[in-house]
Design a protein around this ligand. Structure first.
Ligand SMILES: NC(=O)c1ccc[n+]([C@@H]2O[C@H](COP(=O)([O-])OP(=O)(O)OC[C@H]3O[C@@H](n4cnc5c(N)ncnc54)[C@H](O)[C@@H]3O)[C@@H](O)[C@H]2O)c1
Length: 272
């Protein structure tokens, strides 16, 4: 199926980034936020992000206006009825996502493909709540407008046509390989910090200097969001019961204290 209109549900870090990517790729985008003020904030953020690209000479002003014209913020889920592909990017909670897939199945047209940007939750559980053959994962990386990799995740019920539609949209193919490797590493960095093996700065400097990583593990956790990271690690543990995936107690304590990283201004580091 040819995708013309893309719906995105959730206007957090990832939803907003995916809206920018899809708008720049030429799709008509409806971004659904539950509240009008969040929707307005998202549009202002998009304008700012595109404006910065114009200032840096990476985008011309005409293109910025075209992209802005393609993206509209909506609050009613029913506004996604005409979308050919809907990507949900709401909170990493299986119960909440399952409920959303049930609702999406009700409001979206029959041929529409429904996708989740979940980092690790089982896609099949969401598929079974709606249209099993037309559900898959389309997993973006953060920040979505800058990261070239997109993983298309096929679950047991996903049809070939759905995979093709998603692949044509994402133009890339993989599985949840990156997070299965990345999150035990991040989790173990928190365990080392908690054990007093090294300071946060030394841990980050070691991985940047020793492995040539652009960011250290604690810096990356702050960027991803500690609540989202904990949910990912918990989901991996629930699925595989590998002790590497057992969440670091410090990570859990920081989430309880609402030190979620950049999005709350405090995480392993403080952000002014
Ligand atoms: N942050 C990352 O680095 C990253 C990378 C790839 C994928 N993801 C995945 O993307 C999804 C969103 O993550 P994020 O980082 O954008 O989180 P976020 O906290 O920035 O945004 C979450 C969004 O979900 C909305 N939301 C919360 N509860 C809801 C509900 N009950 N119904 C509808 N909407 C609800 C919030 O209002 C918010 O807009 C998650 O599934 C996460 O695992 C995150």
């Amino acid at each position: 199926m040819t995708v013309k209109r893309v719906g995105i549900v959730g206007s957090g870090i990832m939803g907003s980034g995916i809206a920018e990517v899809a708008g720049k790729a030429g799709f008509e985008v409806s971004l659904r936020s539950r509240q009008q003020n969040t929707a307005d904030r998202m549009m202002a953020g998009l304008e700012k992000s595109l404006g910065r690209q114009v200032d840096k000479g990476r985008l011309d002003a005409g293109e910025r206006d075209t992209v802005l014209g393609r993206v509209r913020a909506v609050t009613d889920l029913g506004e996604l009825a005409e979308c050919d592909l809907v990507i949900e990017s709401i909170v990493e909670d299986l119960g909440v996502k399952k409920h959303l897939f049930n609702e999406l199945d009700r409001v979206c047209h029959d041929a529409a493909v429904l996708a989740t940007n979940t980092s690790t939750l089982p896609v099949v559980e969401m598929a079974m709540e709606s249209r099993p053959d037309r559900v898959c994962g389309i997993h973006f990386f953060n920040p979505a407008p800058m990261m070239p990799l997109v993983e298309v995740v096929r679950c047991i019920t996903t049809s070939d046509e759905t995979v093709e539609t998603a692949r044509a949209f994402a133009e890339s193919w993989a599985g949840f390989i990156v997070n299965a490797l990345l999150f035990p590493y991040l989790n173990n960095a928190v365990k080392l910090l908690d054990a007093g093996v090294a300071s946060r700065e030394d841990l980050d400097a070691a991985m940047k200097g020793g492995c040539n990583f652009p960011m250290g593990p604690l810096e990356l956790l702050d960027l991803v969001g500690l609540d989202t990271s904990l949910a990912i690690i918990e989901a991996l543990y629930a699925e595989f019961h590998d002790p590497n995936y057992a969440p670091a107690p410090l990570l859990r304590r920081m989430v309880s204290a609402e030190r979620l990283g950049r999005k709350t201004g405090h995480g392993f580091y403080d952000y002014g």
